[in-house]
Design a protein around this ligand. Structure first.
Ligand code: NAD
Length: 343
């Protein structure tokens, strides 16, 4: 099992838990294969020696079954109080009318930035060779903001892009680039056709870029971007996109890095509030078998450790995961691939 190997590899004599700070973190096991990969990830994170008190709460189907509410106040209060959450995947039941708890969580805490770093690790099969990209997706606005009907046999989706929302996501991308020593930010849009909505996003991106003269800036039209990512991914570094393009392009980038099984994500809001997760879903057909790959969630744990100021422990955990993957023996091919949509 990859999880226990990462657990052993990350342990070091200096990681003895002597740090003065105990972090309180909301832990959401999720459902399907969620609880098993959350448990593997919790053990790997604890092996770094960072002192963490886990505040465990159910959301989604398990909460519905136990408490009759998929979105219980106690769980929300816990995230509000602790500001940091680590969550397993949550199933969105199709055709039951239950709203996606994943989307509801992002809205509840205004988690406007979806951060998805994607890099290839030796030992993971990546179709186009080595890549190292970071996708920053706006998480609240765009076509996800609302839908209205115009007649009984038609629907219109409203593409809602605000100056406020564009400015804060582009700033987030530049701040991330600066803090993580990345050299370039590329804004992705379709402003040649959607002149108002995407035009606004691009205009704001250009304005924000002027505040960061130390970081290169350029823009790409989304269709061209997709082709370039497949042909010349090494030309790009940090990408910032409105919600829908971000949703699609981040899966493309995850595929380039080796698949959903190795792709972590973070949903980050104002004032440091953040929920970390794997990009993949609950893979329910493998639930209880302890055989799906916990690597994506462990890498989300790496992002979480860095986010809470435990950068060195995060780097150590990433190195441990990479060394286990490089050995190859404990990783089950193929890496996760999805053939149905994100919630
Ligand atoms: P999925 O990601 O659960 O599964 C797609 C494929 O990838 C399946 O073949 C699965 O077995 C495989 N897979 C997924 N994770 C894996 C891992 N860690 N290791 C190895 N293989 C793995 O996608 P889906 O089937 O579209 O979704 C299932 C449920 O999860 C749905 O209800 C969906 O709404 C939900 N979902 C939740 C989240 C989230 O919580 N953020 C994200 C995506 C999907």
């Amino acid at each position: 099992m990859a999880s226990s190997r990462a657990y052993d590899a990350v342990r070091s004599p200096s990681a003895t838990g002597e740090g003065p700070v105990t972090h309180r973190i909301t832990l959401i096991p999720g459902d399907g294969t969620g609880p098993e990969i959350v448990e593997a990830t919790r053990r790997a994170i604890e092996a770094t020696g960072v002192a963490i008190e886990w505040d465990v709460h159910d959301i989604g189907i398990p909460a519905m079954q136990k408490l009759g509410d998929p979105f219980p106040k106690s769980a929300l209060d816990s995230i509000r109080r602790n500001k940091i959450g680590l969550k397993g995947p949550l199933t969105t039941e199709l055709g039951t009318g239950m709203r996606s708890v994943n989307v509801a969580l992002r809205k509840e805490f205004d988690l406007y930035a979806n951060l998805r770093p994607a890099r290839t690790y030796e030992g993971v099969q990546a179709p186009m060779g080595k890549i190292d990209l970071v996708v920053v997706r706006e998480n609240i606005e765009d076509l996800y903001a609302g839908i209205d009907k115009i007649r009984t046999d038609a629907a219109i989706a409203i593409k809602y892009i605000s100056e406020f929302g564009s400015r804060r996501i582009v700033k987030f991308a530049f701040e991330y680039a600066r803090a993580n020593k990345r050299h370039k930010v590329t804004a992705v849009h379709k402003s040649n056709i959607m002149k108002f909505a995407d035009g606004l996003f691009l205009r704001v991106a250009r304005e924000v870029a002027k505040e960061y003269p130390d970081i290169e800036f350029e823009d790409r039209i989304v269709d061209n971007m997709c082709m370039q990512l497949v042909q010349k991914p090494d030309l790009y570094d940090v990408l910032v996109l409105p919600n829908l393009y971000g949703d699609i392009v981040s899966d493309l980038v995850a595929g380039l890095a080796g698949g959903l099984g190795v792709a972590p994500g973070a949903n980050i809001g104002e004032n440091g509030i953040a929920v970390f997760e794997a990009i993949h879903g609950s893979a329910p057909k493998y639930a209880g078998q302890n055989k799906v790959n916990p690597m994506a969630l462990m890498l989300a744990g790496v992002l979480m450790l860095r986010h809470i100021g435990e950068r060195e422990a995060g780097d150590r955990l990433e190195r441990a995961i990479a060394s286990v993957v490089k050995e190859g023996a404990t990783i089950r091919p193929p890496s996760a691939r999805r053939n149905s949509p994100t919630p």
